[in-house]
Design a protein around this ligand. Structure first.
Ligand SMILES: [Zn+2]
Length: 228
């Protein structure tokens, strides 16, 4: 699979856009993220973004995934967002008595309480979860991929709410539900075999680029494919 997956990051179509906010602490007080916390904004764009950028609000998240599938980053991964500072009857097994913001990464999802994610939003957050889980070696289970309600069950019982696709997300993250099928891609009459995983076609970058008579270089150090 290694060869096939070389191009995944380049053709996935998602990217992180920097948005920023003053509502955060520099650094994580020596901690590293051990879990991802999911939220719903209970508000729509652009208000939900502006609120988290407003110093008066005093709240934020590391990321905001919008209904149209954009991934906005407000707080760097290595800094502390203000998303779950209040702990109230927690059911999260990894809560250790210290501020959970220090050792979690929070993802807000644009939507009103009870909303389901749009398909673009779902695919974007799935991609983001995979990326963060890989970056911080976060295990893909119910102790490490959680909702805000696990930290504050009293005042945030509906964050991210009943519309959040826990089952689908966990299955997709674990790969149990990834549908894989063969696909043929024809480029300038040349047939290139590939696979379809969860409705996306993956083919080796090199085969496609060379069929288009362009040049492809691989930088193994930075794991980057350069097409020229
Ligand atoms: Zn929340």
């Amino acid at each position: 699979m290694g060869d096939r997956l070389q191009g995944v990051k380049k053709i996935s179509g998602f990217e992180v856009e920097w948005a920023g906010t003053p509502n955060c602490w520099r650094g994580r007080g020596g901690r590293v993220p051990v879990a991802i916390v999911n939220h719903i904004t209970d508000g729509l764009m652009p208000g939900c973004l502006l609120w988290m950028q407003n110093p008066q609000a005093g709240v934020s998240a590391n990321y905001l995934v919008t209904k149209d599938g954009r991934i906005l980053q407000l707080v760097k991964d290595e800094d502390t967002a203000w998303a779950n500072g209040v702990v109230n009857k927690p059911s999260w097994t990894l809560y250790d008595g210290t501020n959970p913001n220090r050792y979690t990464i929070s993802i807000e999802h644009e939507g009103m309480a009870g909303d389901q994610l749009t398909e673009s939003q779902y695919q974007a957050t799935l991609w983001l979860h995979r990326r963060l889980a890989e970056k911080y070696a976060i295990p893909l289970d119910e102790d490490h991929i959680i909702g805000h309600y696990r930290i504050d069950s009293v005042n945030r019982p509906n964050c991210p709410g009943p519309g959040f696709p826990w089952k689908r997300l966990m299955e997709d993250l674990k790969g149990e539900n990834s549908e894989m099928a063969e696909v043929r891609v024809i480029v300038k009459g040349k047939e290139i075999p590939g696979v379809i995983i969860n409705d996306r076609a993956w083919v080796p970058v090199r085969d496609i680029v060379e069929a288009l008579e362009n040049r492809v270089e691989w930088d193994g150090n930075t794991r980057t494919v350069i097409v020229s």
